[in-house]
Design a protein around this ligand. Structure first.
Ligand code: FAD
Ligand code: SF4
Ligand code: SF4
Length: 457
């Protein structure tokens, strides 16, 4: 008989007072007992509606069945057949809008904690489920640009079909946003490295410090490869264009997070990465990136204020991230929009000028448009300002690949299977959709791999 309790097993967590002083993981993962108990809440529905909410089609009831028996290796083997990065997805997938949003247990209570069970399987397996290289190569070669989740998935799928795959990554470390963006306390980097090692174990070669469009271009890659996949992400930060954005102490969230995560500024002086977090840090934006920047700044010792121009209801960040930020003492100034960043006589930030907003008519996406309230300006003292209002694809590939179709926002145009219309060139992930999610990028990488295999019999 399934366990009909309405609530999920709670996730054990570091205490907020303790965790704001370290970069260790906030959520600690289920014990075996909790995982088995949670797995018993699954009804093993024949039509498995939860699977329709997973962009990579993880066989959810099958893996949960194995968790129920305490068999982490068996569960992981089932997951891995569809998902190359289970320890990552179990942590950062927005499950509440994906698989868990379709779970029938969510109708009268909370859905089964699918993501937490996926994480448990990945964390507790002994490694027997690791993928290995196929013994037979098929003579086909693929070049993959970027090494984020879209590219790693595409690479893994092609390698397991016998392709010779080389990934070209601009940075010195592979992993994309998983390594440089999402903080250690949400996604430990050892774990990402270990997932990438499994992709390497499938025979995928990764060449770092290679900027496609500079070190080598797409046309050159096409001379050696049967197919090229562009998984270059959306790493170019947007700015508001207000006065003061070039003052010292103003960062894009990407730069701030890269310094902290990839360049390990939080371990200073062990890693000699300079970063300025002085007094109060003001974060502009209301998405997940803003929450990550705020929570990093908090751990670096700052008082932190998030400034967001709409209300809490419109805030795009995950509820869980907002709650965690609040528990950690981050202040939220809603319906507030910056108009200018003010500097001192030495060119350093000293305050941010904001105006109050009220919500007007809905915009084209149905969200009520924020309208400034005249005469309501105020200055918030700040030593650091972090701009987290979204990212766009970097224009380099577009500028150096004459035939690559792109839209007005710089995104590569590709169909749902990643075909770009440029012969033998495929694309997927944030480079095509603009900033989205890990699992959508992985789904795109997987579909593109399938199209590449179909087009190159
Ligand atoms: P990316 O992960 O961006 O990887 C692209 C890679 O391509 C990068 O390594 C880049 O250096 C490389 N590259 C770019 N141009 C070139 C070039 N010319 N030559 C060679 N290499 C190149 N999603 C979630 O699902 N859950 C979360 O909790 C979450 N949190 C996030 C937090 C932050 C701070 C950020 C920034 C994003 C977050 N996201 C989250 C979004 C998610 O990380 C992205 O949607 C996802 O990583 C996109 O994957 P991708 O493979 O398309 O690109
Ligand atoms: Fe859910 Fe993500 Fe796992 Fe798919 S990969 S089952 S969406 S947690
Ligand atoms: Fe289990 Fe929920 Fe999926 Fe049904 S919908 S199989 S209860 S996880």
């Amino acid at each position: 008989m399934p366990n009909m309790r309405a609530d999920k097993n709670p996730m054990p967590m570091q205490d907020p007072e303790e965790r704001i002083h370290n970069f260790g993981e906030v959520t600690l993962g289920y014990s075996e007992e909790a995982a088995i108990d949670e797995a018993q809440r699954c009804l093993h529905c024949k039509n498995a509606p939860c699977m329709a909410g997973c962009p990579v089609n993880v066989p959810i009831p099958d893996f949960i069945e194995r968790v129920k028996a305490g068999d982490a290796d068996g569960a992981l083997a089932v997951i891995r057949a569809q998902n190359a990065l289970p320890a990552v997805c179990g942590r950062v997938c927005p499950q509440e809008t994906q698989c868990e949003s379709r779970c029938v247990r969510g109708i009268k209570g909370e859905s089964v904690a699918i993501g937490r069970l996926e994480r448990w399987a990945a964390d507790h397996a002994t490694g027997k489920a690791a993928a290995t290289a196929p013994t037979e190569k098929n003579g086909k070669r693929a070049a993959i640009v970027g090494s984020g989740p879209a590219s790693l998935t595409c690479a893994g799928e092609l390698a397991s079909a016998g392709w010779d795959v080389t990934v070209y990554e601009a940075l010195h470390t592979p992993g994309g946003v998983l390594m440089y963006g999402i903080p250690e306390f949400r996604l430990p980097k050892d774990l990402v490295r270990s997932e990438i090692d499994k992709v390497r174990a499938m025979g995928v070669k990764i060449e770092t410090n290679t900027v496609v469009g500079r070190t080598v271009d797409v046309e050159e890659l096409l001379r050696d490869a049967d197919a090229v996949f562009l998984g270059s992400g959306a790493g170019l930060p947007n700015f508001q264009g207000i006065p003061g954005e070039s003052l010292c102490g103003v960062y894009s969230a990407n730069e701030f997070l890269t310094r902290i995560n990839l360049m390990k500024a939080y371990t200073f002086p062990r890693y000699d990465t300079p970063i300025r977090v002085d007094g109060r840090a003001v974060i502009i934006g209301g998405g997940n990136v803003a929450m990550d920047a705020a929570r990093c700044a908090r751990r670096m010792g700052a008082e932190v204020t998030i400034v967001y121009r709409r209300s809490m209801q419109e805030m795009p960040a995950r509820r869980e991230e907002i709650e965690h930020a609040m528990e950690e003492g981050v202040e939220f100034r809603l319906l507030t929009n910056p108009t200018e960043i003010l500097g001192d006589e030495n060119g350093f930030v000293k305050a941010i000028r904001c105006i109050r907003m009220e919500l007007g008519e809905p915009d084209e996406r149905g969200r009520r448009r924020p309208v400034p309230v005249p005469g309501s300006e105020e200055d918030i003292p700040a030593g650091t300002v972090i701009v987290a209002i979204g990212n766009s694809p970097n224009p380099l590939l577009r500028k150096t690949t004459a035939d690559l179709p792109t839209d007005a926002r710089g995104r590569v145009i590709a169909d749902e299977n990643g075909r770009t219309g440029m012969k033998n060139v495929y694309a997927g992930g944030d480079a095509v959709t603009g900033a989205a999610t890990v699992i959508l990028a992985m789904g795109a990488g997987k579909r593109a791999a399938k199209a590449i295999i179909e087009d190159h019999p």
